[in-house]
Design a protein around this ligand. Structure first.
Ligand SMILES: [Zn+2]
Length: 98
């Protein structure tokens, strides 16, 4: 067996991660368009990645979206009974096509 794959299976953080496509529907509801193909720039390392390739953690009380290059938080989404909080302070930009 590939040693690297075995290590990934043993890493609980990898098991909790999905890609940005998993929250495509949620983001489409918020933005009115599909943004999984939209580029966004990490404010920490300045890497530009499309939203669909970002690392998403969904098992907490909210959704955390991390940069695939440096793993810093790019976006956080928390739904409460009265509204949805969207924190994109970890992104320099997200470009939504017109
Ligand atoms: Zn980054």
């Amino acid at each position: 067996m590939d040693e690297r794959i075995a290590e990934m299976r043993d890493d609980p953080a990898v098991d909790l991660t999905v890609d940005g496509n998993a929250i495509g529907g949620m983001l489409a509801t918020m933005f009115g368009v599909d943004v999984t193909g939209s580029p966004g720039q990490c404010a920490h390392c300045h890497t530009v990645s499309v939203v669909g390739t970002m690392r998403v953690y969904m098992r907490g009380p909210g959704v955390v979206v991390r940069c695939p290059a440096c793993a810093q938080v790019v976006m956080r989404i928390v739904k409460t009974p009265t509204g949805t909080y969207l924190d994109v302070s970890g992104a320099s930009f997200v470009r939504i096509a017109r």
